[in-house]
Write a protein that binds this ligand. Structure first.
Ligand SMILES: [Fe+2]
Length: 377
């Protein structure tokens, strides 16, 4: 049966399927959520001549699609879009999740499925959410922004087919080609008109087949995680935000002049398996991108877990310290908050790269504490 490394998958599939998230179609109010028009407008900022999102492949070169996605992400990070998503969640999701507390995906990614995408090396292969870093307590609503049908729709399997195929995949360690072939034989398209969306469980196999409809399909996911979620690599504060927040960049209070250093606690679980110079180099270029010119980089002392080097740095005359993440410390959360508080009292700012967060007030520390608490639950 399952090998030791696959036990995790077995555990995930052992949880009962919530019928509310068993491939359910919902309809929503397009007058309130006119996503098609909104995303057409965002696209027209780059190409005013485009009249229909289904023609997107006629207006953008293949090599422009990465920039186009980034352009969309700047919009989906805005408080305008985040507020709409939050309201959509209140209208169509909150009643279906088993917790009053939840987090929302911070940056909503936009999916662009162009015609004949397999030839262009752009096939999104069949996968489950478990293969992309989610678990059972993350709830997905797939929202097509253009009509989706047949080969331009997301393809899904039933829960029954999913369980059978998962066994076969894991028992035989199938290649991605074999997985794709197997899923393509039994999948069916999620046909949705604009105004319809799809709610499904992360365990379900889903993906794309070659789009031979001749038109593009645009969609996005609304993802919500409850405290029962095992966050692992997708964490509160970086991948997820609280309702009411947005990922809109808020570096206005960053004081870029003065002495800044880049600091890595390589004893932390966050950094430990990665050569810490990689983390440091990323932080240096991130800081420079924001107009900070670090005067030094420093590391925690190896073989310690009380962070003596960081404790020393927060007492120095520095403008600020760039850190990988609010989770990149080897000390307890309580002690970390204490040290950050001391640094802030000393006039310092802390810039957390993974969270795009500047902390220099007690309110910021309260926010970090809230994120720690959510992670622990
Ligand atoms: Fe997916």
């Amino acid at each position: 049966m399952y090998s030791k490394v696959d036990q995790h998958i077995k555990t995930l599939y052992n949880e009962p399927l919530d019928p509310l998230w068993d491939n359910q179609k919902i309809t929503y109010d397009t007058a309130k959520y006119n996503w098609n028009e909104i995303f057409l407008g965002v696209t027209q900022e780059l190409k005013p001549e485009i009249k229909n999102l289904q023609d997107i492949h006629l207006h953008f070169q293949l090599e422009d699609f990465v920039d186009l996605r980034k352009h969309y992400e700047r919009f989906t990070n805005s408080s305008q879009f985040s507020t709409m998503v939050d309201e959509f969640i209140v209208d169509y999701v909150v009643d279906k999740i088993p917790s009053e507390e939840y987090l929302v995906q911070r940056t909503t990614g936009i999916r662009l499925l162009i015609p004949d995408q397999v030839k262009q090396g752009r096939l999104l292969n069949f996968h489950t959410g478990y293969w992309t870093g989610y678990d059972n307590h993350m709830y997905t609503t797939w929202v097509p922004v253009t009509d989706s049908w047949d080969s331009n729709a997301m393809q899904v399997l039933t829960w029954e087919q999913t369980l059978k195929i998962t066994d076969e995949i894991y028992n035989n360690k199938l290649s991605l080609e074999e997985v794709q072939d197997m899923c393509e034989k039994v999948c069916w398209p999620v046909n949705c008109k604009v105004g319809e969306a799809w709610q499904f469980n992360q365990g379900v196999w889903h993906g794309n087949i070659n789009n031979d409809t001749g038109v593009s399909r645009v969609s996005f996911d609304v993802r919500v995680a409850t405290p029962q979620s095992d966050f692992e690599h997708r964490r509160p504060g970086s991948f997820y935000r609280f309702p009411g927040e947005s990922a809109e960049e808020n570096f206005a209070k960053l004081r870029t002049d003065g002495k800044w250093i880049v600091f890595t606690d390589q004893n932390s679980d966050f950094v430990y398996p990665t050569p810490h110079y990689m983390i440091r180099e990323f932080m240096i270029s991130y800081a420079r991108g924001l107009g900070i010119n670090p005067v030094e980089w420093a590391n925690e002392a190896w073989c310690t877990d009380w962070m003596p080097a960081f404790d020393y740095k927060i007492k120095q005359d520095l403008q600020g310290i760039v850190l990988p993440s609010i989770f990149a410390f080897s000390e307890s959360n309580e002690r970390v908050l204490e040290m950050l508080s001391e640094g802030i009292e000393n006039g310092m700012q802390f810039l957390f790269v993974d969270e795009n967060l500047v902390a220099d007030t007690q309110k910021d520390l309260d926010h970090i504490k809230k994120l720690y608490n959510f992670m622990k639950k």
